[in-house]
Design a protein. Sequence first.
Length: 106
Amino acid sequence: MRRLGDEYADICDKIGRTQRSFDADTGRLLASDIPTGEANGDTITTWLLTLHMAAVGSMPVRILIALLGAGVAMLSVTEVVIWLKKRRAAQGANKLPAGQEKAQRP
């Protein structure tokens, strides 16, 4: 993380959330809102948003994040496929061939 004066700068270079307000006449700093370092909730939110948008790290890191996201999606699809196969197999096991009746219990 880069330092900006005594305060921490934004995590990401491209999408910044740091806000500073200056007096137009004197140039004096009126307010400063740094999304990381001041409040834990803001820091966590900033990290999650930055990771969600793959806006942190170099291109290999972004590619890795994209591949991990695709992997999660593929796991979801394969889970549904496996469930459907098991469901069809269970439904087929409950059916009797034509001409046979269920044995009655004494």
